[in-house]
Design a protein around this ligand. Structure first.
Ligand code: IYR
Length: 226
């Protein structure tokens, strides 16, 4: 492998792939069409998923770019039934309060087409829960060290996690119980880690229905300056 010294630090030769233009166009279109099939699915089967698949999904998420390459995240992968039950119980308690007064009428109206409520059976039924924690700082040899652009970094990693789940033929949804400090307690996370997102992962149930939503066309979500 070729290397180069820059500011006293070793850089290695980039070994990414390129494709002939025709193939590039096909790949970009195929990937879009595959990703466009992704849907948030709330009816997740209890069929087991091998730990190796979950590990590679998390490895993929952890390839995400991050501020100063600090990788300020921890992915907790839970298949333990007792912990899943504890999480469901605590999440439903918060969600019940959210749906019965904490969320505004306008918010509830916006959510009506999605069909969510305070019941979260997927938290027990899914073979895996992945709980993503952001590290607001790190600790090295007893000293606090800085992380940068933590929300952006962890958000990007979650996007890659969701893509990897879809690539494996599995489904998930981004569950955001609020407040979600109970996850730190149940999973015994250190105080530099804050819960960011909870994703149940598994196979979609057979004959499952999802909201009939439309994605905005390109000209509504982009502006080209050429
Ligand atoms: N956190 C709640 C409510 C919720 C909020 C939004 I914004 C959604 O798109 C979906 C649900 C829940 O998980 O049910």
């Amino acid at each position: 492998m070729k290397t180069k010294e820059i500011n006293g630090h070793t850089h290695v030769q980039y070994e990414g792939k390129t494709f002939p233009e025709k193939e590039m166009k096909v790949r970009a279109k195929d990937f879009y069409e595959f990703m466009d099939l992704r849907r948030s699915v709330r009816d997740i089967s209890s069929k087991p998923v091998d730990e190796e698949v979950i590990k590679n999904i998390i490895r993929t998420a952890s390839t995400a770019p991050s501020g100063a390459h600090k990788q300020p995240w921890t992915f907790c992968a839970v298949s333990n039934d007792q912990i899943k039950s504890e999480i469901r119980k605590a999440a439903e308690k918060e969600e019940y309060d959210s749906y019965h007064g904490r969320m505004s009428d306008r918010w509830l109206k916006d959510l009506a087409p999605i069909g969510t409520d305070w019941h979260k059976p997927f938290l027990e039924k899914s073979p895996w829960l992945i709980i993503v924690f952001k590290k607001v700082y790190d600790v090295a040899e007893g000293d606090k060290t800085n992380n940068y652009y933590v929300n952006e970094s962890v958000g990007i990693a979650c996007g890659m996690l969701i893509s990897a789940i879809h690539q494996a033929g599995l489904v998930t949804l981004t569950h955001t119980p609020s407040p979600m400090n109970f996850l730190s307690n149940i999973l015994k996370r250190p105080s530099n880690e804050r819960p960011f997102l909870l994703l149940p992962v598994g196979y979609a149930e057979e004959d499952v229905f999802v909201p009939d939503l439309q994605r905005k066309p390109l000209d509504e979500v982009s502006v080209f300056f050429m």
